[in-house]
Write a protein that binds this ligand. Structure first.
Ligand SMILES: CC(=O)SCCNC(=O)CCNC(=O)[C@H](O)C(C)(C)COP(=O)(O)OP(=O)(O)OC[C@H]1O[C@@H](n2cnc3c(N)ncnc32)[C@H](O)[C@@H]1OP(=O)(O)O
Ligand SMILES: O=CC(=O)O
Ligand SMILES: [Mg+2]
Length: 531
């Protein structure tokens, strides 16, 4: 793509990896564009990450999250977000998935309204994964995406594909293979920047983008930085201000107290908020890592109907609809079960119940993890949402105060729940280290967010001391070490994803779990070991 050259000043940007095959992607102009984004955003990104650390230190000292006094006027003010583009007016079912070639084609052809191409929770961000993903998406935008499977099946994108929305990495993850003046550039800027540079003008010309999902924000200032990065990119690419549209995942506990503020910071380009339930549960665990009175029970008991999650999703709907933005639902973890009709029907019933709860609560759309779930979710939304969205459902009845949003969650810790957490954390981390960002384990979709829940729960249960299972047996490190060794041995001797990296994953999880402090993100230390 030709970009006005006077706007692009060459920067000393370096790539610490083999770039063979990526020459068309990593052109001097594209790299100069990334360098410009980096120089603009990096100082603020670092401040924002520091602000996260300070906030967490307050929570560790006993402070409870709450609405901000300094932004009351934004919450009380009468304003709405900019009009939503036609291509995004009806998002009742969105499929998500990794940016792998065949899966992109399957997702675009799935019948879903939107495909969220994921550089984040379902991607292990090796240089090759992220760059191959960019090439695949560029081909998708150009209409040339095809794939021939080793067994001969030919894949190509059919008529009426889903609308493409890109999810870049969160602000916290570096891309160590690209440096500017020796500093690694943020992974978020690489994923966003390369996609925008190569595709934004083409999508804008067709009124089909560029659209983005923004993950793991914790504060309105982080949203404001995204707004400015997008404005800069629009300017560099000669695109009109506000044409890059964003949907923000509300998937951290601090962010639920700033939903109006986040919408406001992005009001000229935001289309909606999304209930990223898995990271949200992880964030509840992390925020309250020092609060013994807010331990969570087995993950299987932390359902969307428990008070703190119900309040979160309903407040999100009320907030969005008051501002004219969409309130997207989230992901049920169940995926189709092959060769067991009864178990499959039970899994599908759980997905149906989850989607029914969402549409009846007022959500404008939902997520599915697998093409076979598109029809399941579509049927529920079609039946209960005859209009393209339900912005008219205001939910003025919702009263989600601070205490409900952080309410403790009753339930039990079972041996099976403990063992499942060890297995999921280990198998997922091992697969991730091999380059796979999403894997099925015991017929559930497991990705970075669900693995974070598994390993954080283990840390919490072990470090708060003198906790017991339902049978009164103590929860202790000896049990954890034994379970980890057993699962690592089993994985190593299997043909499952992760078998080759089982020992590395076990070492990493042992360190993280024994550490006195609950680590910020599993994927940060794991990234150091990603091939
Ligand atoms: C917490 C969050 O962030 S949620 C968002 C991030 N997570 C996700 O996006 C989950 C994405 N889902 C997946 O990656 C997969 O569905 C998995 C790993 C859970 C299961 O994958 P598999 O075991 O390969 O499923 P399965 O064998 O049933 O797949 C059947 C077909 O559907 C395809 N498929 C499965 N999931 C997807 C998907 N999400 N998008 C596109 N195609 C898919 C497979 O590639 C396969 O295609 P083929 O028949 O042409 O070979
Ligand atoms: O990104 C989605 C989530 O649930 O986490
Ligand atoms: Mg997430």
């Amino acid at each position: 793509m030709a970009v006005p050259s006077e706007k692009l000043v060459s920067r000393p940007i370096e790539i610490q990896a083999d770039t063979t095959g990526y020459e068309d992607l990593l052109t001097p102009e594209a790299l100069a564009f990334l360098a410009r984004l980096h120089r603009f955003a990096e100082p603020r990104r670092r401040q924002l990450l520091e602000a996260r650390r300070q906030r967490q230190a307050c929570y560790d000292a006993g402070v409870l999250p709450d609405f901000r006094p300094d932004t009351q006027d934004i919450r009380q003010g009468d304003w709405t977000v900019a009009p939503i583009p036609t291509a995004l007016q009806d998002r009742r079912v969105e499929i998500t998935g990794p940016v792998e070639r065949k899966m992109i084609i399957n997702a675009l052809n799935s019948g879903a309204k939107v495909f969220m191409a994921d550089f984040e929770d379902s991607s292990a961000p090796s240089f090759a994964n992220q760059l191959d993903g960019q090439l695949n998406l560029r081909d998708a935008v150009d209409g040339t995406l095809e794939y021939r499977a080793p067994e001969g099946k030919h894949y190509r994108v059919g008529a009426n594909p889903a609308v493409l929305v890109i999810r870049p990495r969160g602000w916290h993850l570096p891309e160590r293979h690209i440096t500017v003046y020796g500093e690694p550039i943020a992974g978020a800027l690489v994923d966003f920047g390369l996609f925008a540079f190569h595709n934004a003008r083409k999508l804008h010309a067709r009124e089909r983008g560029p659209y983005f999902y923004l993950p793991k924000l914790e504060a309105m200032e982080e949203a404001a930085l995204w707004n400015e990065v997008m404005a800069l990119a629009e300017d560099e690419l000669d695109l009109p201000y506000g044409c890059m549209k964003a949907t923000v995942l509300i998937e951290t506990l601090p962010a639920v107290f700033q939903m109006h503020e986040i919408l406001h910071a992005l009001r000229e380009r935001v289309v909606g908020l999304n209930c990223g339930r898995w990271d949200y549960i992880f964030s509840y665990l992390k925020t309250f890592r020092g609060h013994r009175d807010r331990l969570l029970p087995d993950r299987g008991q932390v359902l969307m109907t428990v008070p703190f999650l119900k309040a979160y999703s309903e407040l999100l709907i009320q907030t969005c609809h008051r501002r004219g933005a969409f309130a997207m639902g989230g992901m049920a973890a169940q995926i189709p079960i092959k060769n067991d009709e009864e178990a499959n029907e039970q899994a599908m019933a759980k997905v149906r119940a989850d989607k029914l709860r969402e549409v009846q609560a007022g959500h404008d759309g939902t997520w599915v993890a697998h093409p076979a779930l598109v029809a399941v979710a579509m049927e529920i939304f079609d039946r209960h949402m005859p209009t393209p969205n339900q912005l008219h459902v205001k939910r003025d009845d919702v009263q989600a105060d601070r205490d409900t949003l952080i309410a403790p969650c009753g339930g039990t810790i079972t041996r099976a729940g403990f063992d499942n957490n060890v297995e999921v954390a280990l198998r997922y981390t091992a697969a991730w280290l091999e380059g796979l960002g999403c894997v099925p384990i015991h017929n559930l979709m497991e990705d970075a967010a669900t693995a974070e829940i598994a390993r954080s729960q283990l840390w919490q249960w072990l470090h708060h001391g003198s906790l017991e299972f339902t049978d009164h047996a103590p929860i202790d490190f000896a049990l954890f070490d034994h379970a980890l060794a057993t699962h690592a041995h089993r994985l190593q001797g299997s043909t499952l994803p992760g078998a080759r990296r089982a020992a590395d994953a076990a070492r990493l999880l042992a360190e993280l779990t024994h550490d006195d402090e609950l680590g910020n993100f599993l994927t940060l230390p794991a990234y150091e070991q990603l091939a």
